[in-house]
Each structure stands twice: as structure tokens, then as C-alpha cells.
Write a protein of this length. Sequence first.
Length: 318
Amino acid sequence: MASERSRYQVDPLYIKMTSPRDLGGSSFPSVRDIFGGLSQTSQFKATMYLGKNSDANPTDRDLMTHFKNCGILDQRNSTRGFTYDFFCSEATLPGSTFNMGEEQGSRQGIMERFPTKRIFSEFDLTFYVDSDYNIIRLFEEWMNFIDPLYDLTGSYKGGPGAQVGFQDRNAYYRFQYPNSYRRLIAITKFERDFLPNPNMIDSGAYNDPPMLTYQFIDAFPTNLTALPLSYEGSTITKTTINFSYTRYITLKHGGGVRPSKQVTPASPGNPDQPQSKQPPPQYGPAYSDLAQTYREFPGSFGFGSDAEGESTQLPPIF
């Protein structure tokens, strides 16, 4: 009877503010221990993988060539693509829902509900607009590449002057194949505790904080929202882009976690499924891209680089 009662207990009903509470031989953490490390919304980074080796994937080359033709990416400065990531001022981590099916009356009159399909909602990224308007052009030209304009002379291939000479009233659009414009995009959530001592920025020492990365598979822009302009009260111009994608995966890294691919071993009833072995740690593009950003733009994470421009020691999370 005692064990049945303890099964439904809801203790402890309170916790102490600063010191752990004794629970009959075990200690329960204090309020300070539990709520002292809450996550903050202002620490994140969106990654579009437009930096070095952005055209290493054959399916991306046409899109990257289009961006270079437009002057959005610079062939002589391969790090220019990284800078666009830091114009992202707001990001929305999407949720996902199940499309439900119902089974009525088959189980003694009980209505049962089962998930039939997982639905991934779109996500949004908001960017500051630079004075050269490259942020606006980046997504305008991405959408122009998805649905290029054709006239009697051929299709629009991108250019520094955008769609100059395509005013023909008989021009028309024709969509590209999806594999040519869908790309990987990531949003990484982290916290402020990169530095052991914020007063020693140039020490070259970094913590190994936990990070959570959402990688969006086959993402592409679907909506470039209206951009209001006004003479009343000048503010920083921002633009918001809605993205669609096939699915997302979450990656937990940093904080001593070494990500590795987990595979369910073959069952005796399924001999065709091969036995899997534990593979070496797999690091996705988010890790290498973020590490590259550490090296080339250390000041973007709230701490600076060495005065002589020497490389700094990175945490072993990549």
C-alpha cells in the first residue's frame, strides 16, 4: 500500500532559493541552480552556407553562378558569403505537427486517434538591409533563379544591373528543377558563455558551450514580404523571408557532446537489414561552417581577435 501511495506522490512541493533541499538523504537543487542558466533569445546564428566551398555541391553550382553573375557573391573574396549570415536579426524556429486519423467504434466504442503524417511548418528569417541592397537582391535573385524570366533573346542569367532589358510584354516564366534551387539552411542556438573571462577577450581561450542546431533540408524562399518605407521616423530597414523545406533535423553539439549517427541494429525477423556498427562521429556542415566563422569573424560572437591577427584556439566541438 505504501508503494502504491508513493507512486502517485507529487513531492517536492517547494524548493529553496539558494541552498539545496535535503530530501531524506538526497539533495534537491535550489532555485538558483535550476533557473540560473536559462536560455536567452538574442544568442543565435543563421547559416546559409554561402561562404567558402558554397558551390562544392554540383546541384548548387548553377545557383551560386547566378549569385556571382549578380555580384552578390564575389569570386575573388570567398568569405563575403559569410557576412550575409550576420545580417539576420530575427529567426523563428518552426514547430511540427502530426496530421491525425481517427478510428471510430472498432475497439468497443472507443474513438482512437493515430498520426498519419508529420507536417513541418515554414520558418522565417528577418534581415537588416545593407546600404548596397545586397540582402534584398540575394533573395530576389534566388526567387528569380527558381522562376527565371524568358524573352525572345533567351532566359535571364543574372547580372549586376538585375533584369535590365527584360521589359518585353511577351516575356514569360518557366520554373527550374527543384534540385537546382533547394539548399541547406541552419539556425544554431547558443548562449553567452563562450569566454571563461569576458574581461580577457584576447586570451584565446574559449569555453565549450552546448549548442542546438536546426538543419533545414531542401530549403528555398517562398515569400519575400512587403517592405514598408516611410518619411516618418527613420529606422533600420528590415526584410523578412519565409522558407519552405522538406524536413528538419536537430543536432546537439558542444558541451562535451560528440555527435554520432545512431542506427537501430537489425532484428532477427528482418535478416535483410544489415547489422550496423557504431560509426565515427559525424559532423555536419553546421559545425565546419560555424568553426570557419570563429576563425574569420571572431568579433561577430561578442569577442575580438588578437591584435596581430593571429589565429586563436578554438573549442574542440568541431
